[in-house]
Design a protein around this ligand. Structure first.
Ligand code: R5P
Length: 291
């Protein structure tokens, strides 16, 4: 069965890179909204009899991104695709994994149910906190949960050997510890208390000596940036030489990236979401998973 890689509106660059690595044809999904804002999509190549790989990152427009995926998966099937894989390098709504207040929508499960019309979902470092496997929300749809840890580890080994690796909150051990292992180092994982989307408290323990050293704060997602700013401020105050920040997914809500950079932090992300600081390419990881 021949594969075709289809670049969706929020995934075209990465789709091209994946297609190049797989030596598979690339085709962009045409998308121009109707005047009333409804999505209007069209395949630009035949998909009949093919394995259609749709590539769409769910940012900066998670809701449009999701609807486009649902439309594209179903349209590919109607047009005779044999198999449809959705590559969503950044999977939105994964942090809504609990009804945090009564009557609230727990969106991760509903999002998964809606995307289960694909045969397979491939994603990179989804935010797994209160669930530990994607299968728990995706039911029978096959899922591949890739991790950028080795790529990030390799990048840091070359660029910042000897830095202190810090995870800003309990969940970040999945990245900080794995990446530190790659560097044959030890990670320090901090504790965070979240009061609202914009208010968090994180205490850097006094025993952590950073004076004169480079520090790398590692997390899966940077959204408002507060999870990073809190510990970074304390480390700069305590004389850290340079503070680097590495995240898999750079959401950077409103002007978060600018605010982090204004503090003097050097920010690096992968390209699961295309950002001005995407320095680590996940295309090889995804291409290997599709082989
Ligand atoms: C949540 O636990 C995630 O791992 C990130 O730490 C969080 O999403 C970052 O959010 P923000 O940048 O808004 O503090």
């Amino acid at each position: 069965m021949k594969t075709i890689i289809v670049g969706m509106p929020q995934g075209a660059d990465l789709a091209k890179r994946i297609a190049k690595r797989l030596r598979a044809p690339f085709s962009p999904l045409w998308s121009v909204p109707f005047p009333d804002g409804e999505s209007h999509l069209r395949f630009t190549a035949q998909v009949k009899g093919r394995h259609v790989v749709l590539v769409q990152s769910m940012h900066p427009a998670p809701n449009d991104g999701m609807i486009e995926c649902i439309f594209a998966i179903n349209t590919a099937r109607e047009l005779g695709a044999k198999k449809v894989t959705l590559v969503a390098p950044y999977l939105a709504y994964m942090r809504q994994d609990k009804r945090f207040t009564p009557l609230e929508c727990q969106s991760n499960r509903i999002m998964a149910r809606l995307l289960s019309c694909a045969d397979r979902i491939v994603t990179v470092d989804p935010h797994l906190h209160r669930i530990d496997r994607l299968g728990q929300i995706f039911g029978k749809t096959r899922t591949a949960c890739l991790s950028a840890n080795a790529l990030i580890g390799e990048y840091l080994r070359k660029q910042h050997p000897g830095a202190v690796i810090v995870g800003p909150d309990a969940e970040s051990y999945q990245w900080a510890e794995r990446i530190a292992e790659h560097l044959r180092a030890h990670a320090v994982v901090l504790r965070k208390k979240r009061y609202s989307s914009y208010t968090v408290r994180i205490k850097v323990p006094d025993e952590l000596v950073v004076k004169g050293r480079d520090v790398v704060i590692v997390d899966d997602i940077i959204s408002t940036g507060h999870t990073i700013m809190e510990p970074a401020k304390q480390m700069l105050r305590r004389g850290a030489r340079r503070v680097y920040v590495v995240a898999v997914h750079g959401i950077f809500a409103s002007d978060a990236l600018r605010r982090l950079q204004r503090m003097g932090l050097r920010v690096i992300t992968t390209n699961t979401i295309a950002t001005p600081v995407s320095r680590i390419d996940v295309a090889p990881l995804i291409a290997d998973a599709l082989k």
